[in-house]
Design a protein around this ligand. Structure first.
Ligand code: ZN
Length: 290
């Protein structure tokens, strides 16, 4: 479905720094295969990718920068797209503690969830992130991916925030899917931090951005608002998400659906849904930054 961009409304949004996709540990329920390296099929390299030297570290630091592929409405913008979690599970990574904001500590990363049939969250996150990166680049944006592939271990959650800060991104978007074992629980929600390093202004911009993403997801995909988080708003303010707490730039974390719910899983594993979701996210980003 084609979406009409509401530029007049978008211009009312305050512009703050860069766009960062949020990074977090929201998907607390581990995949059934946690502890086993994911069997991800080879994925084609992204054209024009420049991987930071430090990305070879385990866990890595840095990020992969992707240049724009065309001129467009996002010319000059930098968007951090964070595919949540890692391509493989390593206990040492998941038990290492890192700063999470507010003097608290959190695990470097977590294993993420999966559908009951075994389609992993990290793979879903990567696929959507890759589609979103392509959309944003085709509209003029420079995209920084927090991990360059779906094979190894990516940066710790605090470093994923730092990537957006260093890039002075206009926005940070973290891609996740949830794993609630309550069978009836379904739908998407957007997590925003109530204690961002960027302060009140960045938190306000992040909330406004979340509402734009919510609208575009509702308009352009079949995924409903969450029935179990956010009281019907599909918004979830939290203070325990390191990747958002430590961000100086506006950021949100998407939980695209409940992987353990049959209806949601059918969508999340569908290519047309993922394409529609990526388009919706790109439209929401475009409106937020217009
Ligand atoms: Zn997750």
């Amino acid at each position: 479905m084609t979406r009409i961009t509401l530029r007049s409304a978008a211009t009312m949004l305050p512009r703050v720094g860069a766009l960062a996709l949020a990074i977090g540990l929201a998907c607390a329920i581990p995949a059934s295969g946690a502890g086993v390296a994911a069997k991800a099929a080879p994925l084609a390299p992204l054209a024009g990718m420049v991987v930071a030297k430090t990305a070879a570290e385990v866990p890595s630091r840095g990020g992969a920068t992707l240049a724009p592929q065309a001129a467009g409405s996002l010319d000059g913008r930098v968007v951090v797209v964070d595919p949540g979690h890692n391509g493989v599970y390593r206990k040492a990574v998941n038990t290492k503690l890192v700063p999470a904001g507010g003097g608290k500590k959190k695990a470097c990363n977590s294993s993420g969830t999966a559908t009951n049939a075994g389609f992993s969250e990290h793979r879903f996150n990567w696929k959507v992130a890759k589609l979103l990166a392509g959309e944003l680049r085709s509209r003029g944006a420079t995209v920084v991916l927090t991990r360059p592939d779906d094979k190894g271990t990516g940066p710790c959650v605090n470093e994923r925030a730092a990537i957006g800060n260093r890039a002075a991104a206009d926005l940070l978007v973290s891609i996740h899917a949830d794993g609630s074992y309550t069978k009836s629980a379904r739908g998407f929600h957007l997590i925003i931090s109530t204690t961002m390093k960027g302060g009140d202004g960045v938190e306000d911009t992040s909330r406004a951005m979340a509402k734009k993403l919510r609208a575009s997801i509702e308009e352009q995909t079949a995924m409903p608002r969450s029935t179990y988080i956010g009281g019907g708003t599909a918004l979830s303010p939290r203070s325990d998400i390191a990747g958002l707490n430590l961000s100086k730039v506006p950021g949100v974390m998407l939980e695209a659906g409940n992987m353990r719910n049959a209806k949601d899983a059918a969508l999340l594993t569908s290519i047309p849904f993922r394409v529609a979701l990526a388009d919706a996210l790109a439209d929401g980003v475009e409106e937020a930054l217009a």
